[in-house]
Write a new protein. Structure first.
Length: 101
């Protein structure tokens, strides 16, 4: 169960368009965000360390609609700092429409 099997995530990992493709990885489960108190003052630092741990960095952030507002705000701020798109998970259905920076 969970987002690992959500068609928007699973299909994105198997889709290509105009000779391009991408993979979806490093899914942060809601309970990790809540349990880790990412909405608190230390949240941005935790997210920065998460990104720093990913070899090659990240190109975008996709979040699920049911994610609570404070966490979405954290991801939007992170995307702004990194200069990468932050999108709802449905955008993965049409990756060619994502505004890549």
């Amino acid at each position: 169960g969970g987002v690992h099997f959500d068609p928007n995530f699973a299909a994105a990992a198997l889709t290509s368009w105009n000779g391009s493709a991408f993979g979806v990885s490093h899914i942060l489960a809601n309970q990790w965000l809540v349990g880790g108190r990412y909405e608190e003052e230390t949240g941005p630092d935790k997210l920065d360390r998460c990104v720093a741990s990913i070899r090659g960095g990240i190109s975008a952030i996709a979040f699920h609609d049911n994610l609570k507002g404070p966490y979405k705000d954290r991801f939007r701020a992170l995307g702004e700092r990194l200069g990468i798109p932050v999108v709802k998970h449905q955008a993965l259905r049409s990756p060619e429409k994502i505004q890549w920076r």
